[in-house]
Ligand binder design. Structure first.
Ligand code: AR6
Length: 177
């Protein structure tokens, strides 16, 4: 599924984000920047231990914010590590999920990338209900494209399962794009 948002093409697809041929990929991180399971584990495995070493040197990322490392052995030049909320634990989950997505795009854009892929932040180990998260994630992408996209011309929303893909597609249609 594709949508044009200002000058940015949004592609919503199913896939493994570590295999995306884009300039940057977004990691679903935690505040300690310790790459555990889920997307983070897949990125660590495919990109190599050097990404975790760079994360350790940075040391910390606040909730809703993002930091950038190299892409290690990945095709992507950069990994943008963004911290989404733990559902039912962290305060202001909606605001923090929105900020995590928005800030990851902004930090990637700040590195001059023209293409970036992101997963469904917070919807795995952090437990955010997919339908609710989809609405917030899409809204943050839309707002970023309208207000702040300077270098980014392609955003790939990369969902791990067909079920997740269908939820995002339906939500995208529901919010009238
Ligand atoms: N490509 C695309 N999406 C994926 C992939 C992949 N290779 N692997 C999983 N997903 P999660 P969170 C989907 O748990 O909820 C880690 O331990 C997955 O199906 O990766 O933000 C970190 O270190 C789900 O839809 O991220 C943090 O501590 C989505 O990616 C914590 O988990 C996000 O799932 C972050 O939890």
């Amino acid at each position: 599924m594709e949508r044009k948002l200002n000058e940015v093409l949004l592609i919503i697809k199913q896939g493994d984000i570590t295999k995306e041929k884009v300039d940057a990929i977004v990691n679903a991180a935690n505040t300690a920047l310790k790459m555990g399971g889920g997307v983070a584990g897949a990125i660590r495995k495919a990109g190599g231990e050097e990404i975790q070493v760079e994360c350790d040197n940075i040391g910390y990322c606040p909730l809703g914010d993002a930091v950038v490392t190299s892409g290690g052995k990945l095709y992507a030049r950069y990994v943008v590590h963004t911290v989404g909320p733990r559902y039912g634990i962290d305060i202001e989950p909606e605001k923090n999920l929105y900020n995590a997505v928005y800030n990851s795009l902004k930090k990637g854009d700040g590195k001059g990338v023209s293409s970036i892929a992101l997963p469904a932040i917070s919807t795995g180990i952090f437990g955010y209900p997919l339908d609710e998260a989809a609405e917030i994630i899409l809204k943050a992408i839309k707002d970023f494209c309208e207000k702040d996209a300077k270098n980014i011309r392609l955003i790939v929303l990369c969902l791990f399962s067909d079920r997740d893909l269908n939820v995002f597609k339906a939500k995208c249609k529901e919010i009238c794009w």
